[in-house]
Structure formats: structure tokens, C-alpha cells
Write a protein that binds this ligand. Structure first.
Ligand code: PMP
Length: 417
């Protein structure tokens, strides 16, 4: 008991929500004359001053192209860029910076892997396992490859709570299975999939796994070695970093085997019209000038959340989610999609017969930013038998007061119908 009191007061001191919110100037703006309640963190997160300042500082005082120049600025910019790679490595606990490929985001990371993996490791009739709840970016890149190579997709079904059926998953493996591509956390249901166990299962069959971590990295501590993920993708902008930069992690032994995705500068060792040799890892997969300003800002964002503590962020968001689930369930006609045992800070819902777009538009007028629609997961919508949902997704700076305002807003809109 004593421990609990000490522990919880320590948590309150460490996690000073008012102080945290001051780091995000946008949170104090108004929309339609009302305080902004930003609950669309699944789509993108707001940026702390530290991240924005890293961008302006680098443009104002360091800017030069990386890896190319002998001059001072170029070397300094290169050092910042490569230090950011080390920050990412540490953040997800990869073994080596050779395993950290900078991309434009989760989508590009998955396209890179799908293209490079299918080209070199798959032939007609080979299978990739995905799940019912996948984001389009975990489905369409494989369909593009399927159209070129005749690859077959197999789909893990889920129960009505929004949990993947593990027994069915195990049955999907065959000697043709070449890869599993599964999301860590659902952007619609909030389900935290048991990816560690799913990876272990795939490895029993000698099959590597690509984890889409777009919705896990911002909300929980991720350790790619502990998961034993072969590949892991995430976006900077969903973890309080800038847009246009993301990461593909890959085990070095895999990345060594895979061919480049795009050709151009940076990714070559030597070029002649007869023969080109490719650069070493990680540069083999990074054609052209990288977003070196973006990588510095991403590293700042990762430093920012690390300083708060991913465990503290997760505890705060779990508390918000528990509170919101309880509060929203009191609303008449409320239907919540996604009641998994292990759920992240995403709540998708519909109320009575109110169209998701109407609910979202009217909440917006009250200053509440939520997402509406299919959330780039149309196969999941088909499984749920709906066209779309309203989605509230919480981040590290949200509060119970904001959830109260959301609940009151939903009740007010409901009364109008
Ligand atoms: N996967 C998941 C689970 C997502 O939520 C998203 C973004 N909604 C993506 C992939 C795509 O991320 P990005 O648009 O940053 O590439």
C-alpha cells in the first residue's frame, strides 16, 4: 500500500500533464471559438516545441547535404543524421544501425520490403499471411506484387471482440508461406496483437515476420530483439515527430540478402554503364538525398518521449482509455468496435443510426477533432458489417477532462437526431 502511494505520487510528479501540454502550442488554440480537443492522434500527433525547434535550428545553422561534402556543414549535417539513426536504434533496441533504414513512413517501409522481398524471395503460388484488421498499407503492396508475380494472400480471421484467432493463424501456414505481415496495434480497434507469440509461431515454420508498428511505437515500449521481429515499420509523424520520415527495421542477415528498392545516388558504391555495385547497409536502401532534417527532428521526438518514459505514457493512455470506455458505454445507443483484452488508446464507435460523418462533423463544430470513415481498413469494415466508424484516439497529452467533453459532445449530437 505504501509502495502504491509512493509510486502513484511519483508518477504524478513525473507525468505533469499541464507542463507536458505547454510543450505543444497547438493544444491551446481554439477552433470555432472553442478550445481544441484533439483526439485524432491515430492519424497524426501534434509536435512539441523541441521537435519544431530542431527543424528550424538545423535549417538556420547546419543545413547541407549529407554524406557528400568534405566541408564543415556537410560533415556536421551527416553527424546529426547518423546520430539520429543511433537514436532510433536505441529506441527500438536494434542490434546495429545497419538495421535502421530511413524511409518516408510506414507505407514506404512496407512497400520497400514487399517489393524487395517478393522480387528476390517469392515466386508464383507463394503465400503471404496478413490479418483481417490490416491497414491498406499492409494489404495493397502485396496485391501489387501479387499482380506481378502471382502471390497468394491468406487472411487471419478475428472474433467479435477484435482479437485475431490464433488457432486459425497456425492453420494458415503451408510450405508455400514466405512471410507474415501483421500490425502490432490496430488503428481502428485498438487491439494489441500478440505479435511476439505470432512471430515465434512463424519462426517454427521458418517464416519471417514484418510487423507494422505505426500504432504501437507511439504508445508502448517496443523492443525488436525481444519481439524477434524480422522487419518492423513505423512513421515519425505518429510518434510526435515530423511528417515525411519513417523507419524500416530489418535484421541484418535479411537486409543483406535483399536487393535495393530504388536506384540513384547514395545507394551505390560505383556506377558504370556496364555494371553498378551497391553501397553497404543501411545505405543500399536509401537512394537519393534523405530527409536529414526530418531524421534529426525524429530523433528529438524519440528523445522527448523517452524522457517522459514510454511506460509512463502507456500508463497514462491506458488510464484514459479505461475511463473513456466506461464513460462512452453509458451513452444510449453506443456501439464500440474493439473490446480486446489488450487494447491500446483507440476507440471506434457508432451511436444509434447516426452516420459517422454526421457525428464527426457535429463534434468538430464543438471543437472536438475525431476521425471518421473506414480508416484505411475497408476489409475490416466488411468484416464488421459497417461502412465506417467515428474514432477517438488518445495521445500522451490528452486528459480526462477532454474525454468528458467528448462524451458530452456525443450526447449533445445524439439528442439532435
Ligand atoms: N499502418 C497503420 C496501422 C496505420 O495506422 C497507418 C496510418 N494510419 C499506416 C500504416 C500508414 O502510415 P503512414 O501514412 O504514416 O505511412
Amino acid at each position: 500500500m505504501v509502495f502504491f502511494i509512493l509510486h502513484s505520487s511519483f508518477f504524478i510528479i513525473m507525468y505533469d500533464i499541464n507542463k507536458i501540454r505547454e510543450d505543444f502550442p497547438i493544444l491551446s488554440r481554439e477552433v470555432y471559438g472553442k478550445p481544441l480537443i484533439y483526439l485524432d492522434n491515430g492519424a497524426t500527433t501534434q509536435k512539441p516545441r523541441q521537435v519544431v525547434e530542431a527543424i528550424t535550428n538545423e535549417y538556420y545553422s547546419v543545413n547541407a547535404n549529407v554524406h557528400r561534402g568534405v566541408h564543415f556543414l556537410s560533415q556536421q549535417a551527416t553527424e546529426l543524421h547518423e546520430a539520429s539513426r543511433e537514436t532510433v536504434r536505441r529506441f527500438i533496441n536494434a542490434r546495429s544501425t545497419n538495421e535502421i533504414i530511413f524511409t518516408r513512413g510506414t507505407t514506404e517501409s512496407i512497400n520497400l520490403l514487399a517489393s524487395s522481398f517478393a522480387d528476390s524471395q517469392m515466386e508464383a503460388g507463394d503465400e503471404v499471411i496478413v490479418s483481417t484488421m490490416e491497414h491498406h498499407s499492409d494489404i495493397v503492396p502485396w496485391q501489387l506484387q501479387a499482380a506481378k508475380k502471382g502471390i497468394v494472400m491468406k487472411v487471419i480471421p478475428m472474433n467479435d471482440k477484435g482479437e485475431l484467432l490464433q488457432d486459425e493463424y497456425k492453420k494458415l501456414f503451408s510450405e508455400k508461406t514466405k512471410l507474415v505481415c501483421v500490425m502490432h496495434v490496430s488503428n481502428v480497434l485498438g487491439t494489441v496483437n500478440p505479435v511476439k507469440e505470432m512471430i515465434a509461431e512463424a519462426h517454427l515454420h521458418g517464416v519471417p515476420v514484418l510487423v507494422d508498428g505505426a500504432q504501437s511505437v507511439p504508445h508502448m515500449k517496443v523492443d525488436v530483439q525481444d519481439l524477434d521481429a524480422d522487419f518492423f515499420a513505423f512513421s515519425g509523424h505518429k510518434v510526435y515527430g515530423p511528417t515525411g520520415v519513417g523507419v524500416l527495421y530489418g535484421k541484418e542477415e535479411w537486409l543483406d540478402k535483399l536487393p535495393p528498392y530504388q536506384g540513384g545516388g547514395e545507394m551505390i558504391q560505383s556506377v558504370s554503364f556496364e555494371k553498378t555495385t551497391f553501397n553497404e547497409l543501411p545505405f543500399k536502401f536509401e537512394a537519393g538525398t534523405p530527409d536529414y532534417i526530418g531524421t534529426t527532428a525524429l530523433a528529438k521526438a524519440l528523445d522527448y518521449v523517452s524522457a517522459l518514459g514510454m511506460e509512463n505514457i502507456e500508463a497514462h493512455e491506458q488510464e484514459l482509455t479505461r475511463y473513456a470506455m466506461q464513460r462512452l458505454k453509458q451513452i444510449e445507443g453506443m456501439r464500440i468496435f474493439g473490446e480486446a483484452e489488450h487494447k491500446s488508446s483507440v476507440i471506434s464507435f457508432l451511436v444509434g443510426n447516426i452516420h459517422h460523418l454526421d457525428m464527426g462533423t457535429l463534434l468538430d463544430r464543438l471543437g472536438i477533432a475525431v476521425r471518421t470513415g473506414h480508416h484505411c481498413a475497408q476489409p475490416l469494415m466488411i468484416r464488421l458489417g459497417i461502412e465506417g466508424t467515428v474514432r477517438a484516439s488518445f495521445g500522451l497529452y490528452n486528459t480526462k477532462e477532454e474525454i468528458d467533453i467528448l462524451a458530452a459532445g456525443i450526447e449533445r449530437v445524439s439528442r439532435m437526431f
